[in-house]
Ligand binder design. Structure first.
Ligand code: 5GP
Length: 211
């Protein structure tokens, strides 16, 4: 294991819980030399404003399946009709440089990562209530009730897995939720395995015979 390897932090949430804003604010607060977010591959089309290589690597179904065959993905899943995957390349370099990597992935990806990485840390972000979630999912009144009901059903399907996670953050107040996220990242850094690597010399000195 590389000395001072970063932590892998899984972050899942239903759409409307504020996950992307919290991750961006956390990176802004801590700096990209402390924490970064992994850029996934997806077969879904870019939304307005999304940049290829920055928000996602946008690929066709055919390309995605070729990447699966090549063993490129650390985890991948079909999420509501589109494929999403985390490549090994998207995380290895940062982890080896001691940078914590956040994985913005769904519950299926989280299950796969937990099986492979014993010391990964997982966080689930919840909205404070169904009413609040629904109001966040209504895009300025432009979407039909049917579309909103579909989004709520998807959100509930994701939320039904909350109890598989190490930490639960309720995003009622953004600043409080951000502080909670910072605490999770800080706790991950203080875990024994990482501290043993980071402070090897100091621990040898402290525990040397005769001291
Ligand atoms: P969106 O299309 O709204 O960006 O993302 C839809 C869902 O896919 C979100 O729950 C997001 O966390 C999840 N997702 C994004 N990237 C990945 C990935 O690489 N792997 C998995 N398993 N889920 C992902």
């Amino acid at each position: 294991m590389t000395a001072n390897r970063g932590s892998l932090i899984i972050v899942s949430a239903p759409s409307g819980a504020g996950k992307s804003s919290l991750i961006s604010a956390l990176i802004e607060a801590l700096g990209t030399n402390r924490v970064q977010v992994s850029v996934s591959h997806t077969t879904r089309a870019p939304r307005p404003g999304e940049i290829d290589g920055q928000h996602y690597h946008f690929v066709s179904h055919q390309e995605f399946h070729a990447l699966i065959e090549q063993g490129v993905f650390f985890e991948y899943a079909e999420v509501f009709g589109h494929y999403y995957g985390t490549s090994c390349q998207a995380i290895e370099q940062q982890l080896n440089n001691g940078i914590d990597v956040m994985l913005d992935i769904d519950w299926q990806g989280a299950q796969q990562i937990r099986k492979q990485v014993n010391d990964s840390v997982s966080v689930f972000i919840l909205p404070p209530s169904s009413a609040e979630l629904e109001s966040r999912l209504r895009n300025r009144g432009q979407d039909s009730d049917e579309i909103i009901a579909g989004r709520m059903a998807k959100a509930q399907a994701e939320m039904s897995h909350f109890n598989e996670y190490d930490y639960i953050i309720v995003n009622d107040n953004f600043e409080h939720a951000l502080a909670d996220m910072r605490n999770v990242v800080a706790s991950a850094r203080l875990r024994l395995a990482g501290q043993l690597q980071r402070h090897k010399v100091m621990l040898n000195e402290l525990l040397a015979e005769g001291v």
